[in-house]
Design a protein around this ligand. Structure first.
Ligand code: NAD
Length: 425
C-alpha cells in the first residue's frame, strides 16, 4: 500500500504553543484584563495516575494515565480520552483548553477536559484494554461524574471503551449512571446521529461560509483530505447538497475525478476494503497525495491529521474556503499567509464542534431518560452549528479579525463573562 509520507515541511509547533498563539491574539483583540487572562490560560485541575494492570501473560505492567480539567466555569467539563504511545501531560493540557473553547463557541453548557493513557492499544488484547480502562476509571472515580467531568472517545478509544468506563463507574456508584460518559453504544444510551455528527457540522459550516462567499453549492468543487468518520460524512452530506467532490484521500493515497466522485460508492468500497480506498476505481490515484491540498477547488476540507497546511505549502493553496474538519490542520505560522491571501477559514473549534454538540445531546437524553429521534438530533445540531457560525462571522466583522481569531474571541468572551459573574476566591 502506498502509505502517505508525512507532509515534508512542518512548522515547529506543539499543540499547546499553537493554541496559545491564537489565544493570545484573541485576548488582545478582546482587551481581556490580565487577571482573567491568567485564570483562563491555566488548567483548573490535573490528575496523573499510575495504573498497574495484569497482562494476559500474568505479568504486571504499569501505565501512566492523565486527566486534565482546563475549565468548569460554564459547566461540567467535557473531553475525550486518548489511548496512544505519545500521550503526555503537555499535550493533554492543550487539548483540554481546546475543548473549553470548542464548547463555548457552540454555546453548550460545558467546560473543557481531556484525558489519556500512554499505551499502544493495537498491541493489547481486548481483555488487557478492558482492565486498563476499568483501572483508569477507578482511579478517576472522584474526577469523573455526570455533573463534574464527562469523558468521551478520542484516538484509540471508541464505544467499547466508553461502555467499560460507564460500567465501572456505575459499579462504584452502586447504580447505572449512563450520563457519566458519551459516545456509548446505542443500547447503553448512545445518541442517534452521533456517528455522522461531526461531518454533518462540517457540512453546515461549509454551506454557511459558502453563502457568505457567494459560492453556489451546485457549482462548488470540493477536496476532502481524510476519508474516515469526519471526512466521509462531510463529503457525503455536501455531495447530497449539490456540491461536486472532485478529490478525497486517505492513508492509501489521494483520488481525483474532475466530474465528481460518487461518495456513496466510495464509502461502500471503503467499508468492504478494510477501511481504505486503496484500489478505488471511481477516480484516478494522484501521484502525490499532498497535491490534494493545493488543488484548484472552491473548498478544501482537511479532515485527517494536524499541521497539514504549513509554511511549506500554504502559498500554493488555491481554495477560497478552508473548512477544518480535523483538529489543528493549519499550523499557527500558516495563518498569517492564509489571511493575506484572503482565504476564509471555518476553524476547527467551530467547524468540527458538531460532534461535541451531539455528545451534549446524548448526555441530555440520558438525564431525561428519553431518546430523541435522529431528525430531532439533526435539526437541533444544525441550528446550533448555524447559530455558532453566524456569531463567529459577526465577531469577525466587529473586531476586524479572521474567522479563527473571531471563534476564539466568541469563546473566550463567553467564559470570561461567566467567570466575572461567578467570581473567584
Ligand atoms: P478516522 O480515524 O475515522 O479517519 C481518519 C482518516 O484520515 C482516515 O481515512 C485515514 O486513512 C486518513 N488519514 C490519516 N493520515 C492521513 C494522511 N496523512 N493523509 C490523508 N489521509 C490520512 O478519524 P476521524 O474521527 O474522522 O477524525 C479525523 C480528524 O477529525 C482528527 O483530527 C480528529 O481529531 C478530528 N475530529 C474528529 C471528531 C469525531 O467526532 N470523530 C470530532 C472532532 C474532531
Amino acid at each position: 500500500m502506498g502509505y502517505i509520507e508525512p507532509a515534508p515541511i512542518k512548522d515547529k509547533a506543539n499543540p499547546f504553543e499553537s493554541m496559545m498563539s491564537r489565544f493570545n491574539i484573541a485576548t488582545e483583540a478582546l482587551g481581556l484584563d490580565e487577571e482573567v487572562y491568567n485564570v483562563l490560560k491555566s488548567p483548573s485541575k490535573q490528575v496523573s495516575v499510575s495504573l498497574p494492570v495484569t497482562m494476559d501473560d500474568g505479568s504486571i505492567k504499569v501505565f501512566e494515565g492523565h486527566r486534565v480539567i482546563h475549565s468548569n466555569i460554564l459547566g461540567p467539563s467535557k473531553g475525550g480520552v486518548r489511548y496512544a504511545m505519545d500521550v503526555n501531560i503537555d499535550e493533554v493540557k492543550a487539548l483540554a483548553a481546546w475543548m473549553t473553547w470548542k464548547c463555548a463557541v457552540v454555546d453548550i453548557p460545558y467546560g473543557g477536559a481531556k484525558g489519556g493513557i500512554r499505551c499502544n492499544p493495537r498491541e493489547m488484547s481486548a481483555g488487557e484494554i478492558e482492565r486498563l480502562t476499568r483501572a483508569y476509571t477507578q482511579s478517576m472515580a472522584g474526577v469523573f461524574g455526570p455533573d463534574r467531568d464527562i469523558p468521551a472517545p478520542d484516538m484509540g478509544t471508541g464505544p467499547r471503551e466508553m461502555a467499560w468506563l460507564m460500567d465501572e463507574y456505575s459499579r462504584s456508584m452502586g447504580t447505572t449512571v449512563n450520563a457519566v460518559v458519551t459516545g456509548k453504544p446505542l443500547v447503553l444510551g448512545g445518541s442517534l446521529g452521533r456517528v455522522e455528527a461531526t461531518g454533518r457540522g462540517v457540512m453546515v459550516s461549509a454551506l454557511a461560509a459558502m453563502e457568505k462567499l457567494k459560492i453556489n453549492p451546485y457549482h462548488a468543487t470540493i477536496a476532502v483530505q481524510g476519508f474516515g468518520n469526519v471526512g466521509s460524512y462531510a463529503a457525503l452530506l455536501m455531495a447530497e447538497r449539490g456540491c461536486t467532490i472532485v478529490s478525497v484521500s486517505d492513508i492509501s493515497g489521494a483520488y481525483y475525478n474532475e466530474n465528481g466522485i460518487d461518495i456513496k460508492k466510495a464509502i461502500g468500497y471503503r467499508n468492504n476494503n478494510n477501511g481504505t480506498l486503496e484500489g478505488f476505481d471511481g477516480a484516478e490515484l494522484m501521484k502525490d497525495p499532498n497535491d490534494l491540498l493545493t488543488l484548484d477547488v472552491d473548498v478544501l476540507v482537511p479532515a485527517a491529521i494536524e499541521d497539514v497546511i504549513h509554511l511549506g505549502n500554504v502559498n500554493d493553496v488555491k481554495a477560497k474556503l478552508i473548512v477544518e474538519g480535523a483538529n489543528g490542520p493549519t499550523s499557527a505560522e500558516a495563518d498569517a499567509i492564509i489571511n493575506e491571501k484572503g482565504i476564509m477559514v471555518a476553524p476547527d473549534i467551530l467547524a468540527n464542534a458538531g460532534g461535541v454538540t451531539v455528545s451534549y445531546f446524548e448526555w441530555v437524553q440520558n438525564r431525561l431518560g428519553y431518546k430523541w429521534t435522529r431528525e430531532r438530533v439533526n435539526r437541533r445540531s444544525d441550528r446550533i452549528m448555524k447559530d455558532a457560525f453566524d456569531k463567529v462571522y459577526q465577531a469577525s466583522l466587529k473586531y476586524k479579525v479572521p474567522m479563527r481569531i473571531a471563534a476564539y474571541i466568541v469563546a473566550i468572551d463567553k467564559v470570561a463573562e461567566t467567570y466575572k459573574f461567578r467570581g473567584g476566591f
